[in-house]
Design a protein around this ligand. Structure first.
Ligand code: FAD
Length: 422
């Protein structure tokens, strides 16, 4: 019998397993074959993530964090709205080679006595009064006092079978482009490029995350969009979309390496039930506009560990009422920051004919208004997200609204008003 079994070794599951294995007999199970390779991912890892992993991961570890993130470009068809951290102070965060982050978390977990099974899919879970029984695809079963679902957007059936809701989810795709470090720096100035064009997607950005000798590029598409459809769109964009041609010129990529998968957002109502917690993206805890999912992953892992430490010590039976503190803490710590994403999502991710010009005005605002840039910078580096200053977001919203032509002000004022209340 294990104290804790974690299903899913993405950032949420690997960082939680690492933390909890100091206090409990833990098994971490991952469906993908990590022995062969942990799939590569180049991600944005803002400074505000740091408090949740600083006990495990060295912020200066260059195999995990190959470069500092100093420049973000919020890009429209006309403007580069650049946040340059050197204007204000410390970097916005790190660029993360997420496969190395996960690898290091799992290494430490095993050194602490944790058991890791890779290439193993859990297909069924039976509830008993004093434990849960997990059965893998080959019929092998495990028992545990407590179960952690950290299955991202790939374990919805299991999640439903345990009585949890599943979050809203959209199809996304990305691939890596490779080149010499100098060539990459010549091509693209910013560590992170976030570009909105409704012709690419109504639901999300086209992005570039710049690493050292690789760039990740992709976009968030429609609900239930097929793999063929989204890859063929990615191909057309990479080949023909003029604004990005200078960024990818001379870099090598292989379309067959494009990854397609669901990405969730909008938190489900409950993150806990008797003997079960749901972490990170599986619970839909991903910011609604920027699709930040690593922050919720590491934050949920930290909050869950803090909740469980005391319960493990007193030999708890992990009832729903005891686990509820986890839900409350996740909401207290993350939701003030999430509000801004909800407002931006409401204004930009819809089929309104005004979206393109509204995004253009946002990027122009960032260009010309130092205080707006400073407030965004502060959100990136804030170590106390529970006290995220929502009046800063309101300031940016008001200045943005102020830039609208008179007629648009009249038509869009109800939208802006509602966005402020979300
Ligand atoms: C294109 C794209 C770019 C992104 N860029 C960023 C970024 O730059 N910064 C950022 O903060 N966020 C980014 N995100 C979001 C972020 O990557 C995810 O939200 C985050 O990685 C989710 O982590 P997770 O551990 O919760 O889930 P996942 O990483 O999805 O891990 C879940 C794991 O569970 C395993 N699993 C599922 N079911 C089972 C089962 N039955 N048995 C065993 N194992 C199972 C899966 O194999 C998987 O490895 C991006 C997302 C996408 C799609």
């Amino acid at each position: 019998m294990f104290d804790v079994i974690v299903i899913g070794a993405g950032v949420s599951g690997a960082s939680f397993a690492n933390k909890i294995s100091k206090y409990a007999k833990t098994l971490l199970i991952e469906a993908q074959d990590y022995e062969t390779e942990i799939p590569i991912r180049t991600n944005i890892f803002p400074e505000h993530n740091r408090p949740f992993i600083q006990n495990e991961i060295d912020w200066e570890n260059s195999s995990i964090f190959p470069c500092k993130h100093t420049k973000s470009n919020y890009m429209s068809d006309e403007f580069n709205g650049v946040i340059d951290s050197t204007e204000f102070g410390i970097p916005l965060g790190n660029i993360c080679y997420t496969e190395n982050l996960i690898g290091e978390l799992i290494n430490q977990f095993e050194q602490q006595g944790g058991n890791f099974n890779s290439n193993e899919r859990i297909s069924k879970i039976n509830r008993h009064s004093d434990h849960l029984e997990l059965i893998n695809a080959k019929g092998v079963s495990y028992s545990t006092k407590l179960l952690i679902l950290a299955t991202g957007s790939r374990g919805f059936d299991l999640q439903r079978s345990l009585g949890f809701e599943i979050p809203d989810h959209y199809t996304g795709t990305y691939l890596h482009l490779f080149g010499d470090e100098n060539k990459i720096n010549e091509n693209i100035e910013w560590n992170y490029t976030f570009h909105i064009n409704p012709k690419i997607s109504w639901n999300g950005p086209f992005f570039f995350n710049k690493g050292k000798e690789r760039i990740s590029a992709g976009f968030l598409g429609e609900k239930n969009q097929s793999k063929e459809e989204i890859i063929s769109k990615l191909e057309r964009i990479l080949k023909n979309y003029k604004p990005i041609q200078p960024f990818i010129e001379g870099l090598k990529y292989n379309l067959s390496s494009a990854v397609v998968g669901d990405i969730s957002k909008h938190p489900i109502k409950r993150f806990s039930n008797d003997r079960v917690l749901v972490l990170g993206e599986a619970a839909g805890i991903v910011t609604a506009f920027f699709y930040e999912g690593l922050l919720p992953g590491v934050a949920c892992a930290d909050i869950a560990t803090n909740t469980l430490k005391a319960l493990l010590e007193k030999g708890s039976n992990f009832s729903r009422s005891e686990l509820q503190k986890y839900d409350q803490e996740v909401r207290r710590i993350l939701m003030p920051y999430f509000k801004n994403g909800n407002a931006l999502e409401y204004l930009i991710y819809n089929e309104g004919s005004y979206v393109k010009s509204l995004w253009r005005l946002y990027t122009e605002l960032l260009n010309e208004n130092k205080l707006a840039r400073k407030y965004i910078y502060e959100a990136y580096i804030n170590h106390d997200l529970a006290n995220h200053n929502t009046s800063n977001d309101r300031y940016v919203g008001e200045k943005w609204f102020g830039k609208l032509p008179v007629l648009s002000k009249i038509t869009l004022s109800p939208r802006f008003f509602k966005a402020m209340l979300l």
